[in-house]
Design a protein around this ligand. Structure first.
Ligand code: THU
Length: 130
């Protein structure tokens, strides 16, 4: 799958977002090495602390389907700034894919390509527990 196709998939999830509180939809698409892709959107809750981000929705969908290896993530929002993954999402992704490629899009469709290692330098992962 091309970078653009993965970004398009993330954008396609915006309409699924459940965001009555923030009104800030986010979409995500997580690509596996074999080409399979898992999508996610943010799902909010009246108990605000129980909200889940789009990236973690995609990740837990994938892991719960038996996937543990990931090649790339796209995340998209409608804002004027790039929709950078939050710290909790960076940490959860680092557990499975410290070398993940990350595509971060903004509302006009522009996106930047970076890496999880750049977004989360010196991350704490499974090896850190040894
Ligand atoms: N959000 C995400 O879905 N991903 C992020 O990485 C940043 C924030 C969501 C959470 C909440 O529903 C809304 O954006 C506003 O914070």
């Amino acid at each position: 799958m091309t970078d653009q196709a993965l970004v398009d998939l993330a954008f396609s999830m915006l309409e699924r977002s459940y965001v009555p509180y923030s009104r800030f939809p986010v979409g995500a698409a997580l690509l596996c090495p074999d080409g399979a892709a898992f999508t996610g959107c943010n799902v909010e809750n009246a108990a605000y602390g129980s909200c889940i981000c789009a990236e973690r929705t995609a990740l837990v969908k994938a892991v719960s389907e038996g996937r543990r290896q990931f090649a790339a993530l796209a995340v998209a929002g409608r804002g004027g700034d790039y929709c950078w993954p939050c710290g909790a999402c960076r940490q959860m992704l680092y557990e499975f894919a410290p070398d993940l490629t990350v595509l971060v899009a903004r509302g006009d469709g522009a996106y930047v390509k970076t890496t999880l290692r750049e977004l989360l330098p010196h991350g704490f992962g499974p090896a850190s527990l040894k």
